[in-house]
Design a protein around this ligand. Structure first.
Ligand SMILES: Cc1ncc(COP(=O)(O)O)c(C=O)c1O
Length: 414
């Protein structure tokens, strides 16, 4: 078998596509190390938004005139792009939502209210973002089901040694887990968890909001039942995300939002639901946003997910090495080979918000806070961390600027 090296990405060349780099602080482009919160946008994606609004805009799935047909084609083309991106067996299984949060709420409500009850168990991980934690906790409690977390070890990796021990006489119904942790960057063994969950007759819900921007996603290889993503974390616009769901499950589920477009027939006695995916897409959809999402996926595919993953891996290794030189900085999370381009850390004795403020004066943008993972903060025994996160436009010099900035933090506050 031929051994092919993973292609290398040219971040300097890609940077020319990103207008945000025109933002200067003290004469230099801002070192944007907060892509895990939301990514910057390439011109190609912005052009797709402007192009749609300028030349092909009308409501979709309604008009029979040419403009409406062009808009519908563009919208459905974007759905095809998303479906291919996650290797969905069918485009009908892809539902446009407002973001990953709405996709996860859709499953928790529409599947959970009909399928969870007393004696059932919902498991989420201790690493989970609140978006894949709170909806499940809420629906489980509302339905009288048990809700528990899969623990992590001190390196921030899921402990799979005693999964069966988490089931205390209940029926396991849901395992909801992120593919990549937004706080520690941990890449979770979702395939293993899905196999274990299916062995117990449970469904697996994957929050891929933080994975899809950085690595190839294959819902069939993961063998999960639902998977959620957000466009704004993968070069696309805000206001759109997607839920992929296994067709049999989506077919039998009740709708989530009700109103226009999601119906087949309505009369005073009874309303019947439309086909997939329309049954879950009430109201006017995120038309331009979806088209921008499709363009962002085109851009990611052109760069190559494998090249992006390799680039981030190199940056993470470099960042952990540089931060490791500072004995007054504590880093959290697994070794670089088992994490995505996310590094959480604390400067001894300095609150993350103060760290972020000083770094901002140096033109370095990172995030400080609990990152919507309060249960994880409790487990780590901290109230907050700093988080630097990387993407395809990140260059090692920006990590050097982060480290220089941390020296300033140390000299002024440490
Ligand atoms: C792992 C993870 N899940 C879910 C979300 C929620 O994403 P959105 O706000 O786009 O719904 C985020 C956002 O930070 C995240 O990092």
């Amino acid at each position: 078998m031929a051994v092919t090296a993973t292609p290398k990405l040219d971040a300097q060349r890609l940077r020319a596509d990103f207008p945000f780099l025109e933002e200067l602080v003290n004469g230099r482009p801002v070192a944007f190390l907060d892509s895990a919160a939301s990514t910057q946008k390439p011109r190609q994606m912005l052009d797709a938004l402007v192009g749609l609004y300028s030349h092909s805009y009308a409501n979709v799935h309604r008009g029979v005139y040419r403009l409406a047909e062009r808009a519908t084609d563009a919208y459905e083309g974007a759905r095809a792009n998303v479906a291919a991106f996650v290797n969905a067996p069918s485009e009908r299984e892809v539902i446009f939502t407002r973001q990953a949060t709405e996709a996860l709420n859709l499953v928790a409500y529409a599947w959970g209210l009909d399928n969870l009850g007393e004696g059932d168990l919902v498991l989420v991980s201790e690493l989970e973002h609140h978006s894949n934690f709170v909806p499940w906790q809420y629906i489980a409690h509302r339905q009288g089901a048990s809700f528990r977390t899969i623990p992590i070890d001190d390196a921030g990796e899921l402990r799979l040694d005693d999964l069966d021990g988490l089931i205390r006489g209940e029926r396991l119904k849901v395992v909801a887990v992120g593919l990549v942790s937004n706080t520690l960057g941990t890449v979770n063994p979702v395939e293993k968890l899905a196999a274990w969950a299916h062995g117990h007759g449970a469904i697996t819900v994957v929050d891929a909001a933080q994975a899809a921007p950085h690595r190839a996603i294959d819902v069939q290889a993961l063998d999960c039942d639902f998977l959620a993503i957000s466009a704004h974390k993968m070069l696309g616009p805000t206001g759109v995300g997607a839920l992929w769901g296994r067709r049999e499950l989506l077919e039998e589920m009740s709708p989530f939002n009700l109103g226009g477009h999601m119906i087949r027939t309505v009369d005073v006695e009874k309303t019947t639901w439309g086909q997939l995916p329309h049954k879950f897409e009430a109201g006017t959809g995120p038309i331009a946003e979806a088209v921008g999402f499709g363009a962002a996926i085109d851009y990611l595919n052109a760069v190559g997910l494998d090249a992006i993953e390799r680039h981030e891996h190199e940056l993470t290794e470099y960042a952990l090495g540089r931060l490791g030189e500072l004995d007054w900085v504590e880093t959290y999370g697994p070794p670089p080979e088992r994490r995505a381009g996310i590094v959480s850390f604390n400067v001894t004795g300095v609150h993350p918000h103060d760290v972020c403020q000083i770094l901002d004066w140096e033109g370095v943008a990172i995030r400080g806070g609990h990152h919507c993972t309060q249960p994880l903060m409790h487990r780590l025994g901290v109230i907050a961390t700093n988080r630097a996160s990387f993407y395809l436009y990140t260059i090692p010099e920006e990590i050097d600027r982060l480290v220089d900035g941390l020296h300033k933090v140390k000299s002024s506050l440490g």
